[in-house]
Design a protein around this ligand. Structure first.
Ligand SMILES: C[S@@+](CC[C@H](N)C(=O)[O-])C[C@H]1O[C@@H](n2cnc3c(N)ncnc32)[C@H](O)[C@@H]1O
Length: 227
């Protein structure tokens, strides 16, 4: 039978995806607890899912990451997945604007036994990124915060990731609105379209990145390899 292309396949059913998560993206108990208690602790349930956590772990492993930066910590769920891929002596710096989120994240990092590998910074993404440059170059930068900042975060990442390192942008489909030129001016996602497109254009710039791809997670995860 001819392959119909990803947009036409019916394979990605809930039961099939649940099977894949069970077999390939099982969380250790502490990470599951972090994910499942996020809402009860008063934070929005907007972390990546277990399959995306596994993907981030895979990408960190694939580039042999020792130094990682994350913009957008929330409760520390994705940070813990990536930190689990770090060797002894590795460090993940994660940046969170909301002090309440940062406090919960620090507790969760301790719960996961990762305090030696994760530093939670409280502050605005760009402000903190500028203070981290001295610790670079980095092996991987994961961008998962305010979408209006993606262009600036991606530019920072391109400057501060080593050759062969990865820059990753979550929510790259922009909630289904990435391609839309017709969003009403008062639509929530309207101001996010240009910065997200700027970030993706940068990742597709062959003078800076040797390759890039959109990984078709539900939210779209864009990844590029620094030249
Ligand atoms: C989608 S959540 C991050 C989820 C997390 N990466 C995970 O998967 O577990 C986005 C986080 O970015 C934070 N944030 C929003 N604007 C920010 C900014 N300007 N600088 C840093 N963090 C910001 C939000 O408070 C929120 O906690």
């Amino acid at each position: 039978m001819a392959h119909q292309g990803a947009a036409d396949t019916q394979y990605r059913t809930e039961p099939l995806l649940a099977f894949v998560t069970r077999t390939m993206a099982r969380e250790r108990a502490e990470l599951r607890e972090i994910r499942e208690t996020t809402e009860a602790k008063g934070l929005p349930a907007i972390s990546v899912g277990p399959d995306e956590g596994r993907l981030l772990h895979f990408l960190a492993s694939a580039c042999g990451a020792k130094k990682i930066v994350e913009v957008g910590t929330l409760a520390g769920y994705s940070a813990c997945w990536m930190a689990d891929a770090l060797p002894k002596g590795g460090m993940l710096h994660t940046i969170e604007y909301e002090p309440k989120h940062a406090k919960v994240a620090k507790e969760n990092v301790a719960l996961a036994g990762l305090t030696a590998k994760v530093t939670v910074h409280t502050g605005a993404g760009m402000t903190v990124l500028l203070t981290l440059e001295a610790h670079g170059p980095f092996d991987l930068v994961f961008i998962d915060a305010d979408k209006t900042g993606y262009g600036d975060y991606a530019r920072w990442a391109a400057k501060n990731v080593r050759s062969g390192g990865f820059v990753i942008c979550d929510n790259a489909y922009l909630f289904g609105n990435l391609h839309r030129d017709d969003l009403p001016a008062d639509h929530d996602d309207k101001p996010k379209v240009a910065p997200m497109r700027a970030a993706l254009a940068l990742l597709a710039d062959e003078s800076l990145f040797s390759s890039c791809a959109m990984i078709p997670t539900g939210e779209g995860m864009a990844v590029a390899v620094r030249r």
